[in-house]
Design a protein around this ligand. Structure first.
Ligand code: PMP
Length: 354
């Protein structure tokens, strides 16, 4: 069976080399006569995997020793909880959140359980079709939380605000996809299952000096300081997702790093948006200036063409083009590992729809 053009929003396409190497490691890890899945996470064979998986993140992000890297379980959703637990003051805790989509709203919901949450900007009333701008965040807040890319609505923050407090960012759906000054953030987190690897681990990058200042007694697993002290091995880590994430990041590093990935991502998005803008049958859900380079969410303007379009893209070997159930329409996720040839196949299908 030939490989499909996989536009899935996550879990999603990873480099073919990662599939092959991680499959081989399940059968025989580095020629040791054992599977990656049957060795101790504390063995001399696995510890270097975790060490390198942490180190490569700092290299790719060009961050120094003031940051720590963690691989945790629980998905980005657990970070919705861990962030306020670790950063919101026990007494009169107060945080500012930017409400740009379903996942941002999920983070807000958990933050509210821990203290006061002020929503400093929201596009909810307009179905999250733009990124709010022109807000300010003062020093009265313990931290500011934003979502760099809104996976469902197809919007992306092109710039990040200057705030007078700590800046926390959920980068689950565009991490390692574009050149950013990562040092402007105090804490970054991302579920691995898009640009980084398979589902099952979550990356956390945190500036050490911000921790331990809330007065809260934090449950052990949820305590970043403890996780740092234990080098992401407080409990048994998700060994396979960490290994496959390492392979993905090595692939990125060996192929020009984030700079080269960004160029490829810009080209892919430009190709697809050009067709959406040219073709009177299609339209994006969001404002042009906030369009995402990773998740191209769009709709068909003539419902009578739906069956023909759906049949055509499936026949062209395309997978995962249906929009999120909350928005409908279509979503082409063009993550790092998706080749531009797949985008061209989709564009050709769109062109042929009259
Ligand atoms: N944040 C964003 C931006 C996401 O896209 C997602 C999932 N797609 C999440 C958070 C939730 O991630 P998880 O399923 O790892 O909890």
């Amino acid at each position: 069976m030939s490989k499909k053009h996989n536009f899935s929003a996550g879990p999603c396409i990873l480099p073919q080399e990662v599939f092959e190497k991680s499959a081989a490691a399940i059968l025989d890890f580095n020629g040791i006569g054992l599977s990656l899945l049957e060795i101790s996470h504390r063995s001399k064979d696995f510890v270097p995997v975790m060490d390198e998986a942490r180190a490569i993140v700092k290299r790719l992000m060009k961050l120094g020793d003031d940051y720590e890297v963690l691989y945790l379980g629980g998905g980005a959703s657990l970070q919705f909880v861990m962030v306020p637990f670790n950063l919101m003051k026990l007494e009169n805790g107060k945080a500012a959140y930017l409400d740009t989509g379903t996942w941002a709203a999920g983070a807000i919901k958990e933050g509210k359980k821990m203290g006061t949450v002020d929503i400093v900007g929201s596009s909810k009333e307009k179905n999250y079709s733009f990124i709010p701008k022109n807000y300010s965040v003062g020093s009265e807040y313990d931290y500011f939380h934003c979502t760099s890319n809104n996976t469902i609505y197809g919007t992306q923050m092109k710039e990040f605000p200057k705030v007078d407090t700590l800046m926390v960012c959920d980068m689950s759906s565009d991490i390692f996809s574009r050149v950013i000054d990562f040092s402007q953030f105090d804490l970054i987190y991302a579920g691995a299952q898009k640009n980084m690897g398979p589902a099952g681990t979550t990356l956390v990058v945190v500036k050490k000096e911000i921790l331990g200042k809330t007065g809260r007694d934090i449950p052990s697993y949820l305590d970043y300081s403890l996780q740092i002290a234990k080098e992401s091995m407080f409990n048994t880590p998700p060994v396979f997702p960490v290994y496959a994430s390492l392979l993905t990041l090595q692939h990125l590093e060996n192929n020009g790093g984030i700079e080269a990935a960004e160029k490829r991502n810009i080209d892919k998005a430009a190709l697809l948006y050009a067709e959406i803008d040219r073709n009177p049958l299609f339209e994006t859900f969001c404002e042009k200036e906030d369009r995402s380079l990773m998740n191209v969410s769009f709709k068909l303007l003539d419902d009578s063409k739906k069956e023909e379009f759906d049949t055509a893209w499936k026949e062209a070997g395309i997978n995962g083009l249906n929009g999120h159930r909350s928005l409908g329409g279509y979503r082409a996720s063009t993550y790092n590992a998706l080749p531009i040839e797949s985008v061209q196949v989709l564009v050709d299908v769109m062109k042929n729809l009259n």
